[in-house]
Write a protein that binds this ligand. Sequence first.
Ligand SMILES: Nc1nc2c(c(=O)[nH]1)N[C@H]1C(S)=C(S)[C@@H](COP(=O)(O)OP(=O)(O)OC[C@H]3O[C@@H](n4cnc5c(N)ncnc54)[C@H](O)[C@@H]3O)O[C@H]1N2
Ligand code: MOO
Ligand SMILES: [Mg+2]
Length: 422
Amino acid sequence: MVEMRKPIEVSEAVKRIVSHAKTGEVEAVHINDAYGRVLGEAVIASHPVPPFDRSPYDGFAIRSQDTKAASRENQVAFKVIETIGAGYVASKALGPFETIRIMTGAQLPKACDAVVKLELTSEFERSGEKYMTIHRPYASGENVSFQGEDTEKNTVIVKKGERITPGVMAVLATFGYEYIKVAKKPIVAVFATGSELLDISDALQPGKIRNSNALMICSQIKRAGGTPKYLGTLKDDLTLCYASIQQAMEEADMIITTGGVSVGDFDYLPDVYRQLGAEVLFNKVAMRPGSVTTVALCNEKYLFGLSGNPSASFIGFELFVRPVIRTWLFSEKPHLRKGQAILGGDFLKPNPFTRFVGGKLCFDERGMVVVPSHFTKSNAVVMLSAIDALIVLPGRSRDFKTGDKVNIVLLEDLKGSEWPWT
Ligand SMILES: Nc1nc2c(c(=O)[nH]1)N[C@H]1C(S)=C(S)[C@@H](COP(=O)(O)OP(=O)(O)OC[C@H]3O[C@@H](n4cnc5c(N)ncnc54)[C@H](O)[C@@H]3O)O[C@H]1N2
Ligand code: MOO
Ligand SMILES: [Mg+2]
C-alpha cells in the first residue's frame, strides 16, 4: 500500500521549519574580503561625517559679515592671504576683508563662515598683493559642507544581519573598519540522488540525464550566503544513501538531497529518515511544483529532501532552505522578498494547490510586469535560466489573465522579507 501523505499549506511548512532555525557564529575578516558577506555586528559611526566643516567648491573662504554691502555697483574686495587644497589646513585665521583661496574638500579656515565659487569672483593684483572681488552678499553658512551634515557620531548605520553591499563597503572604509565581524557561513552538504544521473562531462546514454540539480542548488546556497559542500551523486540504493547522509551529518551544518522523496519503489529518502530516527516536519506541501518536498531534523540538523524534478527542487530551496541559511546569518528578513506585479501573459490553468510559476520581470507604462514562463511543469529546467521572480498563485484559483495583479517573490534580492506568506 502506497503511503497516503497529508499536504500542509506552504505557510505552515515554512513555519515548522523556521521554528527550529538558529543563528550561527561570527568571525572577523579583513575589509578586502568583506564584500558580499553578512554583517556580524552593527556598523556605527565612530565620528561625524564630514569630520570637519569643509568647502564644497573651489573658491574663496570669507567672513559673511564682510559681504553685506556687496552689489554689482559696489563690488567688495578681499585680500588673498593664503591658498589651501584638500588635505591641508590653513595656517592663518581670517581678519576683516581677508580671504583664503580654498579648494573643494579642504577644511574651512578659522573665522570664515561662507565660500564664494571661483567663477563668481574677479581677481586683480595691487602692490604685489592678490585680491578678489565679489558682487553680492553671502549668508553665514552659504556654500559650507558642515561637520556631521551627512551623519552624526554614534549613529547605527547598518544593522547586524545586513549584506555588505558596495555602499556598505564605502561606510566601512569611512569609519576605518579594517577588520569587520561577519557571520560565519553555514556549510551545506549537497547530494543528488538518482541512478539515472550522469556527470556533466558524460555523453548522453539511453535512459540517463545529466545531473543539473547539484550545481543549481550549490549556486542557490551561495546566493543565499552559505558554503556548499557538494558530496556527489548517490545511486538509488538505501544502504548507500543512509551511510552517505549519516557521514555528511558529521561534516556539515545542514544537508540537502534532491530526488528520491516521493512514493516510488526506488525513492529511499523516507526510509533514510526513518533509519536515522529523524523527526519529519512534513512530507507533503499543498504547492506545485514541489509537493513532495520533505524536511526532517536529526540531531538538530536539517535534512532537506528536495524533489528530484528541477523546478520543484529550485523552488523548494528558495522557500524552505533559504530562510534557514539567512537566519543562520542573523537576517531579520530571511524569506524571499514579496511584491506585486501586473501579469504580462495569460495563465489559464486551475490551481488546486498554491502554484509557483517562474516569471521574468520587466517595466513598462503599467509599472512592474511579470511574464510567466510557458512551460511550468515540475520537471521544467530550461525556464529556470530566465526567471527572476516566482509568481505566487493561491490554491483553489484558476485562469489568471494578462493585466491581473499577482503576488510575486523576488529571487535576486538581498533584502528579503520578514514573512511573505499569508
Ligand atoms: N505515484 C506518485 N508518483 C509521483 C508523485 C506522487 O505523489 N505519486 N509525486 C510526483 C511529484 S509531484 C514529483 S515532484 C516527483 C518527485 O520525485 P522525487 O523527488 O522522488 O524525485 P525522483 O523520482 O528521484 O526524480 C524525479 C525526476 O527528476 C529527475 N531528476 C532527479 N534528480 C535530478 C538531478 N540531479 N538533475 C536533473 N534531474 C533530476 C529524475 O530523473 C526524474 O525525472 O515524483 C512524482 N511522482
Ligand atoms: O512535487 Mo511535484 O514538484 O508537485 O510536481
Ligand atoms: Mg521518485
